[in-house]
Design a protein around this ligand. Sequence first.
Ligand code: FAD
Length: 390
Amino acid sequence: MTTQEQPRVDADYLLVGGGLQNALILLALAQRRPDASIILLERDAGIGGNHIWSFQARDLPASAFAWASPLIEYEWPGYQLFFKESSRWVKGAYRSLSSEHLDRVVRAVADASPRIELRRETDVRRVQAEEVELADGSRLRGRVVIDARGPEQGGHSPGGGYQKFVGLECRLSRAAPTTVPILMDSRCQQRDGFRFFYILPFAADRVLIEDTYFSNRPDLDVDAISAAILAEAPAFGLEIDAVLRTEVGVLPMPALSTFHPKSQAPIVAGYAGGWFNPSTGYSLAAASRLAEHLSKTPVDDLFGQDWRRLTRYLRFQSIFLAALNLLMFRWFHGDKRRRLMERFYLLPDAVIHRFFAMETTLVDWWRIMYVGAPWTPKGWGRRARTPEQP
Ligand SMILES: Cc1cc2nc3c(=O)[nH]c(=O)nc-3n(C[C@H](O)[C@H](O)[C@H](O)COP(=O)(O)OP(=O)(O)OC[C@H]3O[C@@H](n4cnc5c(N)ncnc54)[C@H](O)[C@@H]3O)c2cc1C
């Protein structure tokens, strides 16, 4: 090879792991860089595993709608929260999608482009700056290699706790009494940290019911929790006819930020690279911002000024949000944790949206940290009245 010759590449972008992060990157690139070649390598037969992903109003940047809107499978105008001493609405779009839907959308985009190749059932053994080694020993080269192999690659919880849950997607024998999501209902019996139910009404006769714990321990008795969901569902007015699907999650909520992106290839993306909100365990906000950056920036300038601005901003957010975990999991146990969560949700809608989207401001930090201000008895009284529909 002479000095002028470029090494042969198999694709401009090699995406390792076909989960949420790389699906978002693929969709963004397909729209903004239709001439770029992309190979996505996924170990399993389908894209996205077995999830329902939800996201709040601001999680998806406005500029991302052009490529991300096909992902919206369900949308509601807001959600409700029910606590022991209060209840409220949070207004603003709340959206969800299933793995099956993600798989369909990615497949349709790939089918429509000769430059996009999905390689399923392909196990990747080693990822390097510009090269990937597959389990069968073969190698692929890419101009940009993005490694997003998911939580199991980097899912540890330094000093924090866990958001763990069992979710049952159920068919109902009678229409659900709610048509909007219940983000939290903590009027259930408290145990193993802070416990609450999360309910997504997909259709009049089909809901997802999750029994969730903000716990210091990662262990999860799936059978016992599934039985508890079935036993407690009638208290929410839900008559279960059949369980259609079970979803299990143990998401680390680290007390120290795990977001340390390197300004060099390969880009470690998604959950493994710390591109998630440490306080909520949700990754769509950070993952979509990375997809935006990669699709808007020429390959030669990927680690330039915009990268530095994005990663510095998310790092500040990540440090603050992880510190909240440190406070909660170290000092707030039992009933104190429940009260802490209830107090947080007295904050105005806009603060909550920014909190989820990793766009908190210094004033938000002050409001979240200063336990006195919005959480006075007056505040409790204000929120305890019957909530109005969004
Ligand atoms: C049950 C559950 C529910 C969640 N709900 C939400 C939610 O509502 N909203 C939200 O924002 N976040 C949610 N999260 C958190 C976060 O968004 C997810 O973990 C998200 O899927 C992370 O995206 P990712 O692409 O980094 O990893 P994943 O989506 O896990 O994708 C990683 C992919 O890499 C593949 N892979 C792994 N190793 C290899 C290998 N060696 N070779 C080839 N492929 C490989 C895996 O098969 C997988 O498909 C949830 C997480 C869980 C576990």
